[in-house]
Design a protein around this ligand. Structure first.
Ligand SMILES: Cc1ncc(COP(=O)(O)O)c(C=O)c1O
Length: 494
């Protein structure tokens, strides 16, 4: 046998490659991440062709595929960059160009960095002073409910914290494999991570007819079905929602908490869009606050991890990879395991940690930077609110497209009716029908959005996800062009 293998390896004098698509980790091969999938690759190709002077029916690619605010032209918050610059290059501390509060903040942060340098590793759970600032921020946000810095783990964006917590939770084999309930449509980090960890994905469907609401009856249905083939242990909720933009009411959150408690589930609350709430009557309620206010037995027993990030909100500082998780009612021994896991990866990026510090400890009234910070923050959020409304309004003008109100987050997830001939053509091409629509849209208009099939949707329905991040004037043009394309497309395939 060994001889035969050897022969195969050296056939024709060429050794087989050790790593091939067949031999590689199949769990990694099973991962899909639509947000940066084939549509984006084609968009990048088209961009290159445009640069080379190839004639197209459009002059630029408008990227509405990814929630990356600064890539779409949003300016960074001045104070954040001032503190970062000072921390990075402390010689600037003597420069008159920086306000005194930014300097004070930078000196305070540098004092807590090893060797007073941002170039050193930090403690694995993050810089202790920043964990304390995060805990104080959570207490303030939640109306005084206590938060323990020991329960805060800083992370490399929210993504790494979500993956770390899922990694702790997934175990078992066959029918005892951990089942993880995720919303459909979902942010594909969840399905991708579950594929990587070979966990069982349990889909619960958000109710599109009810503004993408979360029905507990649907949670129950999904759970009961899943019990036959796995051990459901985790419930993930994204609030405000990506890609659906819904904001959960307090009553809804209470019902979800009761459900998780009764079904003995670990709750993961993805709250990276907590600052992005636009619709009148909508308000962000943190799962932690609602849980604690519900009192016994929930507050003492339900296990929760909630996540936040500097990538979203008004900050949009995606590239610095700052985030944190707060864990509640976690067994201290498991917390040790989580810390161990994080220490293997040494520490989250220190600059991302610094940004989290500024998010959770912004300039205070009376400090020199307070006014400007507030003005910049409010202007960004007001613009996003305006664009959320505009998106819903313009898309709903077009018969065949239906867009729920964008109550929060940074996306709309409109439903599109596609004519039978388009479905047939997509089938012939071996593409999901909404992928076919999105590719045609890209080829003819340069607009880059992501097909609904990348996020999951009810069978027989078709959607796409687009961000509300392009500058207002560009967004208007994009939406009008999209409507016109849809009308032409449906006529062509009617
Ligand atoms: C719902 C949700 N969670 C988590 C993330 C990850 O964010 P980051 O890792 O940049 O903090 C995103 C990014 O788009 C998201 O939309």
């Amino acid at each position: 046998m060994a001889n035969k293998n050897m022969k195969q390896q050296v056939m024709n004098g060429i050794r087989d490659k050790v790593l091939t698509l067949d031999t590689m980790n199949q769990s990694v091969k099973n991962i899909e991440y639509a947000v940066r999938g084939p549509i984006l690759l084609r968009a990048m190709e088209l961009e290159r062709e445009l640069q080379q002077g190839v004639k197209k029916p459009f002059t630029e690619i408008i990227r509405a595929n990814i929630g990356d605010a600064q890539a779409m032209g949003q300016k960074p918050i001045t104070f954040m960059r001032q503190v970062l610059a000072l921390c990075q290059y402390p010689d600037l501390l003597s420069s008159p160009s920086f306000p005194e509060d930014a300097k004070k903040r930078a000196m305070r942060i540098l004092q807590s960095c090893e060797g007073h340098s941002t170039g050193s590793y930090s403690a694995s759970a993050g810089i202790q002073m920043i964990r304390e600032d995060v805990a104080r921020y959570i207490e303030h946000r939640d109306g005084g409910i206590a938060s323990d810095p020991d329960n805060i783990f800083l992370s490399t964006g929210a993504s790494s914290a979500i993956m770390a917590v899922l990694n702790l939770l997934v175990s078992g084999k066959g029918k005892t494999r951990t089942g993880v309930m995720i919303p459909i449509p979902q942010y594909p980090l969840y399905s991708a991570t579950l594929a990587e960890f070979d966990a069982v994905q349990i889909n619960y469907y958000l109710n599109e007819e009810h503004y993408w609401g979360l029905d507990v009856a649907e949670l129950q249905r999904a759970l009961e079905q899943a019990k036959a083939h796995c051990q459901p242990q985790v419930l993930c909720v994204i609030n405000p929602g990506n890609p659906t933009g819904q904001v959960l009411s307090r009553e809804n959150i209470e019902a979800v908490i009761r459900f998780a408690y009764e079904e003995h589930l670990f709750l993961m609350a993805d709250e990276v869009y907590q600052d992005n709430v636009y619709a009148e009557g909508s308000q962000f309620h943190s799962f932690k606050k609602v849980l604690m206010e519900m009192g016994s037995p929930y507050a003492q027993q339900l296990q929760l991890a909630s996540f936040h990030s500097c990538s979203k909100g008004y900050m949009g500082e995606c590239g610095f990879r700052g985030g944190y998780t707060e864990v509640v009612n976690m067994d201290p021994a498991v917390k040790q395991q989580m810390l161990k896991f994080q220490s293997v990866r040494l520490c989250p990026p220190v600059l991302g940690q610094i940004l989290i510090d500024i998010v959770t400890n912004p300039p205070q009234p009376g400090e020199p930077s307070y006014q400007q910070f507030q003005q910049e923050k409010k202007a960004i959020l007001a613009r996003l609110a305006e664009k959320a409304q505009l998106t819903e309004k313009i898309l709903n003008k077009q018969p065949g497209i239906h867009c729920n109100p964008v109550q929060g987050a940074m996306y709309s997830f409109p439903r599109i009716q596609l004519p039978p001939k388009a479905l047939q053509r997509a089938k012939e091409l071996g593409q999901p029908a909404d992928m076919f629509f999105c590719i045609q849209l890209l080829e003819e208009t340069g607009i880059c959005v992501v097909p609904g099939s990348g996020f999951g949707q009810k069978d027989g329905t078709y959607h796409f996800r687009m961000t509300i991040l392009p500058p207002l004037e560009k967004l208007k043009i994009l939406l009008e062009k999209l409507n016109q394309f849809y009308a032409k497309f449906t006529q062509e395939y009617s």
